[in-house]
Design a protein. Structure first.
Length: 300
């Protein structure tokens, strides 16, 4: 159910009002971006003291989450976790509200929260923030937010949502923004693991870390487009198309990587699991592929 008396389009010359629940580091960055852009903003935080600097900057501070929700149709939530969202909104009247959840969670939690919001009369949009607080509200920072769920809600508030960071539509499945978010972060941590192992290898040598970084960054940048080849393999089903360095060749070289780690007194615990998957894929008769087949080994 929606309340037609609550408009989503501000009067000419005015910016759209909204409510923000949660004033941690990210929530505060979001709030400051909307305030700087002239949006009337109502805020709430479990610890009221966090709202004081924003009140000085022009925000209205609500005494409760329910009061904050009642203030505006557009309600953005940026709390600690999914359980915090449920607790904060337990007593709020969500009927007719547009609820945008920027709280980090799993795809399953996003889908369940979308159904929860629907039962309470609200439209729902889940978001995954791809950026850190200093990037929020900073033009050209590259920060963006993935959104999924109600396309009507997204279109109605797209201009307001784009103020703190760019927007990227992930589809009408409410879980897809969280899924993209976690998948991208997982790739990032995999890269960090490789970086950590690489620096460990050279750590005890007479090699300046800065000099090594100047070699490492362009190398990783040059290798990153391999993701497009993997995507092509998954779409076509042909894991051998365009392969230059076969899995058999890569697996054969894994002993050198492991022996070097041993010689340098470095644990291979960050590297070994991937090498073991490559060798397993080769043993199953897929040595002529690239690395795409490792993905199939991960699926349970």
């Amino acid at each position: 159910m929606t309340d037609d008396s609550m408009t989503t389009t501000p009067a000419p010359g005015r910016t759209a009002p909204l409510t923000l629940l949660g004033l941690g580091t990210m929530g505060t960055a979001l709030a400051r971006a909307w305030l700087a852009a002239g949006h009337p903003l109502t805020v709430w935080n479990r610890t009221p003291e966090r709202a004081e600097p924003l009140a000085a900057a022009g925000a209205s501070v609500a005494a409760s989450a329910a009061e904050a929700v009642a203030a505006n149709r557009l309600v953005v939530v940026c709390l600690l976790d999914d359980a915090s969202v449920g607790r904060a909104l337990a007593d709020a009247d969500l009927d007719g509200r547009d609820l945008v959840n920027l709280t980090t969670g799993t795809p399953g939690q996003a889908r369940a929260r979308a159904e929860w919001a629907r039962r309470r009369g609200a439209r729902f949009l889940d978001g995954g923030i791809m950026g850190i607080p200093p990037m929020i509200g900073t033009p050209g920072s590259g920060a963006y937010v993935l959104y999924s769920g109600s396309r009507a809600l997204f279109e109605a508030h797209r201009e307001t949502l784009a103020v703190p960071a760019g927007t990227s539509w992930a589809g009408e499945d409410p879980g897809h923004a969280a899924l993209y978010d976690v998948a991208l972060l997982s790739a990032m941590y995999g890269m960090y693991a490789g970086i950590a192992h690489a620096f460990a290898l050279v750590r005890r040598e007479d090699i300046a870390p800065g000099d090594f970084a100047r070699l490492l960054v362009p190398w990783l940048t040059a290798m990153a487009p391999a993701a497009h080849r993997v995507a092509g393999h998954l779409e076509s089903g042909d894991y051998t198309e365009g392969v230059v360095a076969t899995l058999a060749m890569q697996a054969a070289g894994s002993s050198t990587l492991l022996r070097t780690a041993e010689e340098q007194g470095v644990s291979a615990e960050l590297l070994a699991p991937y090498l073991e998957l490559m060798e397993r894929r080769v043993a199953e008769g897929h040595g002529d592929e690239g690395g795409t087949g490792v993905i199939d080994l991960l699926l349970r």
